[in-house]
Ligand binder design. Structure first.
Ligand code: GTP
Ligand code: MG
Length: 580
């Protein structure tokens, strides 16, 4: 064994793992000592989910609904593009790398996303891959938009966590991971950008295990890094996947081999890389847990694939992994009872609303996750919040940047329902039963700014635009009871920029955001008489949100404490429950 630079560190790691590994084996991996091939059953569905739940109808069982999450810039949108490419949804993936006009990705549909090369809003896409139907949501990584990402996580059954091979587990990855854990979401990991100088493979795996407290099992093992990166050894199927650097959209070349001592390996892997590969794979097989499908479904273990999204490398293996080890549509928490995906009756809930998504269709679309049943176009569903019937006559499926009329949808699918503002985030649709899906988060607005139209004559137009964004959930909008203008509340500063850009693009209105005299907003609830008295004595602090609900605006925490003390009959809250 030739000592390498990474040797001393790795030895430490080995010692550290031997101790921990032994513990892990007993805790999670009764199958650890069985040959890998017997355990994994990769490729076919061999999952034994050990539950008493009846088998799902095949149409539901073939659905995989997941979000792609990570720290900004790890490559989520690029990966989404390649998914679409392999799913046959688009001919040629757009170049995420190109900024400005040249950038034309399918999931970043807003102008600002195209200009800046960052995602500011979650977007859904449906496509077939082999026998499976994937419903994928690409999420923004920037924390200023995390409300959107957190809501998305309520609508999916699993998450693909993307890690930048050079950066490892970053702050936002950690936060999002915690949210997934709260919801017990299974997580599959993709370590991206292996074509660049990246960290030692063991180090990356260890960092995930340590920081996120989850078992990591390598589904593939990278061969070389940076310029030397030539592909991966598929740990689940014992074969080589070699990357084609010349053609970014080309599917990797697969070479079947018979185990690690197959002489064919030497024909494809240069000597200096082969030695390291053999040593590392042997060590990984010895020290790291073997893939346990049940532990993945329970969220205790994450399989990791290595690749390079921009070079389309490792993506297909990840997709196979999602098909084989990702969960089927799961039951949905709701009150007064849980909703099972195989219930005959149709139900679904709104987790996102987006206006003016496409300049060709100037309307508002509610993103609905189907929770149960087999939905058919034209069905009349009950809008539980208002108890009104709603004929869903033109639901859409999101296909790449286009939409197509959805003739049907099954539990697990994400469809769009165009509407005129009736559908709000958190709303549930059923065939009559008063079920309400709960747990959709709402963040307190942390930054407040005043907003004015560049042209004072356009104040009415501005009001319309702001109300639209408030209903969409993109911002909180308050109209102070004294004076003119509006106050906008958001979670992160970048949201102001997105709003300004959208108001200009979508409504043709240049606007100015400016410092506001207020810094905090609290919704005020209570008996009408107590509320009226409060409003009358605090006029200069009172505002109304887009629903006409009363909000107390101030810049002092002291004021809030005072109101709470002086008005014990009133309740002040930093967030407003979306579902009334
Ligand atoms: N070298 C290299 N660059 C990549 C790879 N994948 C993505 N990138 C680049 O990384 C940058 C960020 O990629 P995106 O896909 O926009 O990242 P994202 O995670 O969607 O970013 P946000 O949505 O803003 O959080 C782009 O410039 C990509 O071209 C890769 O495999 N190798
Ligand atoms: Mg993105």
């Amino acid at each position: 064994m030739i000592p390498t630079a990474a040797q001393p560190r790795r030895t430490q790691w080995v010692q550290h793992c031997c101790i921990r590994g032994a513990r892990r084996v007993h805790r999670w991996h009764p199958l650890f000592f069985l040959p890998l091939a017997l355990v994994s059953g990769y490729g076919e569905r061999m999952l034994d989910t050990h539950t008493n739940r009846p088998e799902l109808p095949p149409e539901i069982a073939r659905r995989r609904t997941f979000a792609i999450i990570s720290h900004p810039d790890a490559g989520k949108t690029t990966l989404t593009e390649k998914f679409l490419l392999y799913g046959g949804a688009i001919q040629m993936a757009g170049q995420v790398r190109a900024k400005g006009e040249a950038r034309r990705t399918r999931s970043d549909f807003m102008q600002m996303e195209k200009d800046r090369g960052i995602s500011v809003s979650a977007s859904a896409m449906s496509f077939d891959f082999k026998n499976f139907r994937f419903n994928l949501v690409d999420t923004p990584g920037h924390s200023d938009f995390s409300e959107d990402t957190y809501r998305t996580l309520t609508a999916v059954d699993a998450a693909v966590m993307v890690i930048d091979g050079a950066k490892g587990v970053e702050s936002q990855t950690q936060k999002l991971f915690e949210v997934c854990r709260l919801r017990d979401l299974p997580i599959l990991t993709f370590c991206n950008k292996m074509d660049r100088e990246s960290r030692d493979t063991f180090e990356i795996i260890d960092e995930i295990q340590e920081n996120l407290a989850i078992d990591v099992t390598p589904a593939s093992w990278p061969i070389g890094v940076g310029r030397d990166f030539i592909g991966c050894y598929d740990m689940l199927r014992d074969r080589l996947e070699l990357m084609d650097r010349a053609d970014r959209n080309k599917v990797a070349e697969t070479i079947e081999i018979k185990g690690l001592d197959d002489p064919q390996l030497a024909e494809h892997v240069p000597e200096h890389l082969l030695e390291k590969l053999l040593e590392e794979v042997e060590m990984a097989k010895e020290l790291l847990p073997t893939l346990d499908p049940q532990a993945v479904l329970e969220g205790h273990m994450t399989p990791i694939w290595f690749g390079s999204a921009i070079n389309s490398f490792g993506v297909k293996e990840l997709m196979d992994g999602i098909s084989s080890y990702g969960p089927e549509p799961q039951p949905q928490t709701a009150s007064p009872r849980q909703i099972a995906p195989d219930e005959k009756k149709v139900s679904g809930f709104v987790f996102k609303v987006q206006a003016n998504m496409d300049p060709k269709h100037r309307d508002r679309v509610a993103f609905v996750r189907m929770a149960s049943g087999h939905f058919k176009r034209g069905m009349k569903l009950t809008h539980v919040r208002t108890k009104k019937p709603m004929a869903v006559s033109n639901p859409v499926l999101f296909l790449a940047s286009d939409r197509e009329l959805a003739e049907e949808a099954w539990a697990g699918d994400i469809i769009g329902i165009p509407n005129h503002g009736q559908l709000r985030i958190g709303d549930t649709l059923t065939e009559g039963e008063a079920l309400r899906v709960n747990g959709i988060p709402s963040f307190a607005p942390e930054l407040l700014q005043g907003v004015r139209a560049g042209d004072p004559m356009k104040a009415k137009h501005l009001e319309k635009a702001l109300m639209q964004f408030a209903e969409e959930g993109a911002a909180k909008v308050f109209k102070p009871s004294i004076g003119s203008g509006f106050i906008v509340g958001v979670v992160g500063a970048l949201q102001f920029e997105v709003l300004a850009s959208r108001i200009e693009m979508e409504y043709g209105l240049p606007v100015r955001f400016e410092a506001s005299q207020f810094t905090s907003a609290r919704w005020v609830q209570g008996e009408q008489a107590a509320l009226d008295k409060f409003i009358n004595t605090n006029k200069q602090h009172i505002g109304y949100d887009h629903d006409g609900d009363v909000v107390y605006l101030t810049r002092l925490q002291w004021d809030i404490d005072r109101v709470e003390r002086d008005y014990p009959d009133l309740k002040l809250t930093a967030t407003k429950e979306m579902m009334i």
